[in-house]
Design a protein. Sequence first.
Length: 277
Amino acid sequence: MPHQKQKKRKKKKAKMTECATSIVTEELEVRYGSTVAVTAVNLEIPKGSLLSVIGPNGAGKSALLKALAGTVDIYSGKVEVGGPSPSFVMQSTDVDSSLPISVRDVVSLSRYSNRGPFKRFRSSDHEAVSEAIERLNLTHIAKKQLHEISGGERQRTLVAQGLAQESDVLLLDEPINGLDIVSRDIILEIITEEVAAGRTVVITTHNLSDASRADQVLLLNNCPCCLGSPNEVLTETNLRVAFGDGSVGSGSGIFLDDPHHTHTSPNDEERIRSFRD
């Protein structure tokens, strides 16, 4: 009898450990043809935490998110994501003006992954869509066509679509790059709220100030350069290894000067203020 009780305790403990980890990867590698996009990625992302993935242009950040979302084939290794399919929010792009789709239509698309394309919406589906639209401050333009709204509003629409899916894991590919300050602040607030609600959020970014908000930071340049807390990872030495000496400056704080991306900050600086000691 004592042995039986001990086994039960062990089994319960193992289950709690499994629930506490939301995403696990082991020696993950993604290739596009013969080109290695990202390799040797080993992650254990706790449930209810925020991971920022940062690295230079072409470092494999988007490929990593696609692998976590299951939208790209894995060349080797393993990915395990707890719960239902992750919500994957890609970067906003220009929209063809001939495409007749409204903001509400775009957000509503997220519910079909659970319902199927031919099933009617339930009241819970309508509520999830309306709540996501309201949280992203899009209610006043919900009936507008997607091509009629600004780039920042389109990005907020895509984030609302991700929220309406009600997944335990939210994957955001550079969600605030180049956005107006209003859209940027709204999305950053949403990220904070989602983590506080116990959801796991993974974002890619070129902005070290935003990366420093995370629980963990992965510095990536096709393979991991460093993984740990913001203070451990976002050092001048580590950033020079990943970005190269020419893209990292220092002074009153460390900053990146990446010609491939447009950054915004509360002070509208041309060079993004990245991380202060």
